[in-house]
Write a protein that binds this ligand. Structure first.
Ligand code: G3P
Ligand code: CA
Length: 258
């Protein structure tokens, strides 16, 4: 499985609708996005706690209402391929993306897609992010998945507590425990709180050669992030991972001969 990390984010501004539509067009099997809460409780797709890096705003995302966040530009900072004067203005490259809009776009794509949704800083906001997320997924009929559903959603977090919370709220929803170091709760490849997918960094694959076999032996799948160059891809393929999360889905699909 090839997942577009924050959309096709090497080419277009991360977390914009344009970046996700490009990834779908390129043939990615799935998409990854980060969500956090606006001051008035809306789930918005923004990676950083603060606005400065990816918008023309300042301060914490959580300090602003959705209406205030929607007034900002989330695309003009981007200098990757695809930006520039020769590109006609496209609001999909600059507008704030809400998770609601992204879910609609994924549903309208009309093909099989897995959407990985990472909740950010869940412990600071209590479990509000997870509660809002599960409520929204229920609205799309995605919190209680059935075999054959074209759109599948998987919730990811570095926080075992957030994974536990999602499992309590929606026991049939698939979850990923992300890891940049090996968390103490993961022993002999077994994951806690109903998670059946591990999300190690590519660095962790390098330092822990036995990790993927142990996770597989315990019945888990492995989605690795963020695989953006040939060396990282070679390592991920050599370890036999099940999913590759990348800013460059077209490059990875091409290498896989798809
Ligand atoms: O897909 C997991 C990966 O996105 C975690 O790191 O910082 O890019 O959210 P980050
Ligand atoms: Ca993420």
């Amino acid at each position: 499985m090839v997942f577009a990390h924050r959309g096709s984010s090497a080419s277009l501004p991360e977390h914009t609708l344009a970046a996700y539509l490009r990834a779908i067009e390129e043939g990615a099997d799935g998409l990854e996005c980060d969500v956090r809460l606006s001051r008035d409780g809306h789930l918005v797709c923004v990676h950083d706690r603060r606005l400065e890096r990816t918008s023309n705003g300042r301060g914490r995302v959580s300090a602003y209402t959705l209406a205030e966040l929607e007034r900002l530009d989330y695309g003009s900072w981007h200098t990757g391929a695809g930006a520039g004067d020769d590109v006609p203005p496209d609001p999909d490259r600059t507008r704030l993306l809400t998770l609601d809009t992204l879910l609609g776009a994924v549903r309208d794509a009309g093909r099989e897609i897995e959407l990985l949704i990472e909740t950010k800083h869940p412990t600071r906001s209590g479990s509000a992010v997870e509660r809002r997320l599960v409520t929204l997924l229920h609205r799309y009929g995605l919190a209680d998945p059935r075999p054959g559903d074209p759109v599948r959603t998987t919730v990811m977090s570095f926080s075992p507590l957030a994974v536990r919370q999602v499992h309590r709220l929606a026991p049939r929803l698939s979850t990923v425990l992300l890891m940049d170091l090996l968390p103490p709760v993961v022993r002999r490849g077994r994951l806690p709180y109903g998670a059946r997918i591990a999300g190690p960094s590519v660095k962790l694959l390098n330092t822990r050669p036995g990790l993927v076999p142990a996770l597989h032996a315990a019945g888990n799948r492995v989605y690795v992030w963020t695989v953006n160059d040939e060396d990282a891809l070679d390592l991920a393929l050599a370890r036999g991972v099940d999913g590759i999360i990348t800013d460059r889905p077209a490059m990875v699909l091409d290498r896989l001969g798809r």
